[in-house]
Design a protein around this ligand. Structure first.
Ligand code: SF4
Length: 557
């Protein structure tokens, strides 16, 4: 039995320490670990209820029957009941929003006085839609570093007091809507993130250490949620797009995780790791001296010169991902709001490769207005880049991005369908648009793109054969096979990590499903427990229905 105590919390005294539960699925979440560290530093008891969901699209693939078979929502509810938290935090992106709603609904029935708080990128895009669900007691809009600790400290007896900036809450039937505050200023004030929150449950995650040295991005690509953040904060007069931690602050974190002895590689998740050359040169010196682990990062066309590329390689950079997204300048400019030229993309690719860094490039297919001529330019540019890895993602329309009005204008979906995106219904995406009008052309394009990194895979003579191959049933699997084959060929450690993580999370899900009280109906459980579990699974399946089959859930520079 957990007892509630009165403790000293931060600068304020006699505030009761709260129990806070984070609910998350599929993968490690940097924001959750930072918020957990901040809440723990303030004296609160923080835990994580994690559903591994290894086949929900993250970390690697989506396989719908396995999503249902390995669903662990009732384990989440059981964890919540045992912990009996004051506040439960749900970090939402559009793809997991409906699962979060279903889980929050089940928890609300079991713990009616616990405050369900929704936050994350989807909530900033659709606060009204989020608050339209009765299981949501409050939302935190934008960055939560200050707002969430204030909310947790203020919650009493299931009630969120009004007046906390960034927070919307309920007052009877009314919704109290507070405006957002400017971005949190001094990232060096943040404690070292609470990485054990996830690693204690999924130790395999620790081999690929994720971190960020900066927050934000100076670009405003139309398909990316960063553009929505830039726009939202500009409306309150905060035009800072990038905030950065000091070299020493990042190094303190990396020293701490390296001392645990399990990390094999570091992934810098900054939108553009190479943005600030002076900062990066200082950081690379320190990293090379004290950490020395292989690492991976994102860059943007035009933001790496030869000296920097050599510095990155010398410090252990094995691979850099550059978002190219389209070979057509017209599509980059008019659909994606990206102004770089083909020459600039080519120059950055050549610079990285000549420094001995593996080049990974991303390509988004199916942009509004994309034609056969644009697809031809795609193939030409990507062949000339000679990437070591090339991944394609069908375009996804996420609420709050400026791409959604473009999709409506292009007749890809209606206003009504666009508003359904705000409720996490991604089903309009695959029903219309260029990929639906020319499915064979896109299937052939994906195969051709996947062949490019392979030896001889950029030959024009392949085009005719691939076009024939695209007509065969099941040919969409060819692209995935080629991507996996190439990953093994180049020794892509991120790919092998994701395979290991998927296997670890699958075993974790199976274990939870067969444990009495946490998974499949067990004969020792009484009839009402079994019936609760079946009802919950039905609810999750019905609320979480209509998922996209293959959506882009990450952005890249
Ligand atoms: S896609 Fe990348 S470069 Fe573009 S806005 Fe998003 S994070 Fe920035």
């Amino acid at each position: 039995m957990i007892t509630r105590e009165t403790q000293t919390i931060g600068p304020r005294r006699n505030i009761r320490a709260k129990r806070v539960l984070f609910v998350f699925n599929s993968n490690e979440h940097l924001g959750v670990t930072w918020l957990s560290a901040t809440l723990k530093a303030a004296g609160h008891d923080v835990r994580l209820a994690f559903d591994p969901q290894p086949f929900r699209g993250e970390p690697l693939v989506r396989i719908e029957p396995l999503v249902r078979l390995l669903d662990c929502t009732d384990h989440i509810v059981k964890t919540a009941k045992e912990f009996d938290p004051d506040v439960i935090c749900y970090s939402c992106y559009t793809d997991n929003f409906r699962w979060m709603l279903a889980t929050a609904s089940a928890i609300k029935r079991a713990l009616p006085r616990t405050v369900n708080v929704f936050g994350g990128v989807h909530v900033l895009a659709a606060p009204e839609a989020t608050m339209s669900y009765p299981q949501v007691d409050a939302v935190v809009l934008g960055e939560s570093f200050e707002a969430l600790p204030e909310l947790v400290a203020a919650v009493e007896m299931g009630h969120v007091p009004p007046g906390i900036p960034n927070v919307w809450s309920r007052d009877g039937n009314e919704i109290v809507r507070n405006s957002i505050r400017p971005y949190f200023d001094d990232l060096d004030c943040l404690p070292i993130r609470d990485f054990t929150l996830f690693y204690d449950q999924v130790p395999a995650m620790e081999t690929n250490y994720l971190t960020m040295t900066s927050l934000g991005c100076p670009q405003s690509c139309s398909f990316c949620s960063v553009e929505m953040y830039n726009r939202t904060y500009a409306e309150i007069g905060d035009r800072r797009r990038v905030r950065r931690r000091s070299v020493e602050h990042v190094m303190a974190e990396l020293r701490a995780v390296k001392a645990r002895g399990r990390v094999r590689q570091v992934s810098f998740m900054d939108a553009i790791f190479t943005l600030n050359r002076n900062w990066l040169e200082d950081f690379l010196d320190a990293y090379r001296e004290e950490i020395g682990l292989p690492f991976w990062a994102y860059t943007y066309p035009g933001l790496v010169n030869r000296e920097l590329a050599e510095g990155l390689a010398g410090a252990g950079c094995r691979m850099i991902t550059m978002g190219v997204q389209s070979g057509s300048r017209k599509i980059r400019r008019s659909s994606m709001n990206r102004s770089e030229t083909g020459d600039r993309i080519q120059g950055t690719a050549d610079t990285l490769r000549s420094a001995g860094i593996q080049l990974a490039v991303d390509k988004i297919i199916g942009s509004p207005g994309e034609t056969a001529a644009d697809r031809k330019q795609d193939i030409e540019l990507f062949r000339s880049l000679h990437p070591d890895r090339l991944l394609t993602f069908p375009l996804s329309y996420y609420p709050g991005t400026s791409l959604v009005p473009q999709g409506v204008d292009a007749g890809i979906f209606t206003e009504e369908e666009a508003s359904r995106l705000e409720h996490g219904d991604l089903s309009p995406q695959p029903t219309r648009g260029p990929m639906i009008e020319a499915p064979l052309a896109y299937r052939a394009q994906r195969i051709l793109l996947a062949m490019i990194p392979l030896p001889g895979g950029h030959r024009r003579s392949l085009d005719r054969w691939v076009w024939r191959l695209a007509h065969l049933p099941g040919s969409e699997m060819v692209e995935r096979f080629l991507v996996a084959l190439n990953a093994l060929r180049i020794g892509d450690t991120k790919f092998t990590y994701l395979v290991r993580l998927t296997i670890a999370q699958m075993w974790m899900s199976i274990h939870r499903r067969i444990r009495p009280g946490a998974g499949r109906p067990d004969p020792r459980r009484n009839a009402s427990q079994v019936s609760d579990s079946i009802d919950l699974r039905r609810e999750v399946e019905s609320i979480a229905g209509n998922p996209p089959s293959d959506t882009m859930t990450r952005t890249s520079g």
